[in-house]
Write a protein that binds this ligand. Structure first.
Ligand code: HEM
Length: 422
């Protein structure tokens, strides 16, 4: 059934559950669609999303925190609570060149493929520990017992957060994404900003401790980095200030946790719905990388991202004016029938799998792509060694997180037969 695109509401409960038929209609009829209610254009075709990603000068990432336009009352109440924390400053995801390049250089060393590869034994050990904790039960709630703890503990490990603070760490991560692409109430938004303040104070203290007691970790590296480190032309080098360091740490937390949780959970759902693929990876684990990528294409966790126009322009025949906001919808581009045959099917053998935009493209290409792919691969390698077969429990409601930016199931009940119990 067709939607009236003139009144399309991305927050509609049914749309949030399954936006894909709407995106398919937009790609056909209005690939740059103004959503009247929120005053934002959605860009849904692969070629047009690429056009935006290739031109960061016109399509700026200086969109601020949650990206949504705010009214005066919201701005006032939020700025009051934000005053109790450090200023929220733009760094990587929310910065433009040349600042973006400088910030990104400072952290890219920590995410170099070689450094990520060295994390594999830790990721595997953690994966095995998580599986051991429930393998005898024959049943799990996958999000809580695997999808959340795996990425949370990996990022916590990278940032040296102790086990005793893991629950806080997850709460801060939830608070940091609470307003992204959601229409939560102003009260909830204010409460979540309070959680972000708590997160800032914790990491500010940790960073300050490293001034006198340096360690071999990302926080110490940020402290020692100079903003113009790699630019021989610049002589007035300065260290990063606290708001900049906190913004970078926050992005690792926010960008790394929820997205990977959502990818892992969708991987299980898709494999339960395609049991022949489960058997195929059990027989041939070298297929796992393809399964991870096809999951990212078909169930893209970061559905979309904001951009702000720096000048009047035209995109796909639609006029856009300076200052207006758009959302590039990666999850729609990834199902574009112009590029992917039978785009709604789960087919890890498709040839052009890697043309999907789940991690973006260009200067903002996901810093953590190698890390998430590593977590996805190790998770499936270990799960497929220990689980013979599994099904999705009849108790499942298949509710998706109510955001049109981040897409993933809130829970997933799984019944399984363990390998040794066959
Ligand atoms: C499946 C998991 C993940 C998905 C789907 C994902 C998706 C994305 C996407 C689409 C972008 C580009 C946004 C844009 O163009 O504006 C991005 C950027 C980013 N991601 Fe990820 N991400 C994932 C995991 C991670 C992890 C594990 C980390 C770090 C620990 C991370 C850190 C970042 C950062 C810092 C950026 C901003 C990079 C920049 O602006 O230069 N992401 N991610």
């Amino acid at each position: 059934m067709k939607t009236d695109l003139a009144t399309f509401n991305p927050f509609d409960a049914q749309t949030l559950q399954c936006p894909f038929p709407h995106y398919a209609q937009m790609r056909e009829e209005a690939p740059v669609l103004l959503v009247e209610g929120i005053g934002v254009h959605l860009v849904t075709r692969h070629d047009l999303v690429m056009e935006v990603l290739r031109d960061p000068q016109t399509y700026s990432s200086l969109f601020g925190g949650a990206g949504m336009p705010l009214n005066a009352e919201a701005r006032e109440r939020l700025s009051a609570v934000v005053k109790d924390g450090y200023p929220r400053v733009p760094t990587m995801l929310t910065a433009d060149q040349p600042d973006h390049t400088r910030y990104r250089r400072l952290v890219s060393k920590a995410f170099h493929p070689k450094v990520i590869a060295e994390l594999e034994p830790f990721v595997r050990q953690l994966t095995v520990r998580l599986i051991d904790s429930w393998i005898a039960n024959g049943h799990i709630e996958f999000v809580k017992e695997f999808g959340v703890p795996l990425p949370v503990e990996v990022i916590a490990h990278a940032l040296n957060v102790p086990q005793s603070r893991l629950a806080d760490f997850k709460r801060w991560s939830d608070d940091s994404i609470a307003g992204i692409g959601t229409n939560i109430s102003l009260d909830e938004r204010v409460r979540a900003e309070g959680g972000v303040n708590e997160f800032q104070h914790y990491f500010a203290e940790q960073i300050n401790l490293r001034r006198t007691d340096p360690r071999d970790d990302i926080l110490t590296n940020l402290l020692n980095a100079s903003i113009e480190d790699d630019d021989p032309e610049v002589t007035d080098k300065r260290p990063l200030d606290m708001p900049e360091m906190l913004s970078i740490v926050a992005q690792l937390l926010v960008a790394g946790n929820e997205t990977t949780t959502k990818m892992l959970t969708e991987m299980m759902r898709l494999l339960a719905e395609n049991p022949e693929q489960w058997q195929m990876i059990k027989d041939d684990p070298s297929r796992i990388d393809r399964v991870v990528d096809e999951t990212l294409r078909l169930s893209t966790p970061t559905q979309g991202m904001w951009r702000v126009l720096t000048k009047d322009t035209e995109l796909g025949g639609t006029k856009l004016t300076k200052g207006s906001r758009i959302v590039i919808v990666f999850s729609s581009a990834n199902r574009d029938e112009r590029l992917f045959d039978d785009p709604d099917a789960f087919d890890p053998d498709r040839e052009n799998l890697r043309e999907n935009l789940a991690f973006g493209k260009g200067i903002h290409f996901c810093l953590g792509a190698n890390l998430s792919r590593l977590e996805g691969r190790v998770a499936l390698e270990e799960l497929s060694k220990r689980i013979e077969s599994f099904t999705l429990s009849s108790t499942n409601k298949y509710e998706y997180f109510p955001s049109f930016m981040l897409r993933g199931l809130t829970s997933l009940d799984v019944d399984f037969v363990a390998v040794d119990k066959k």
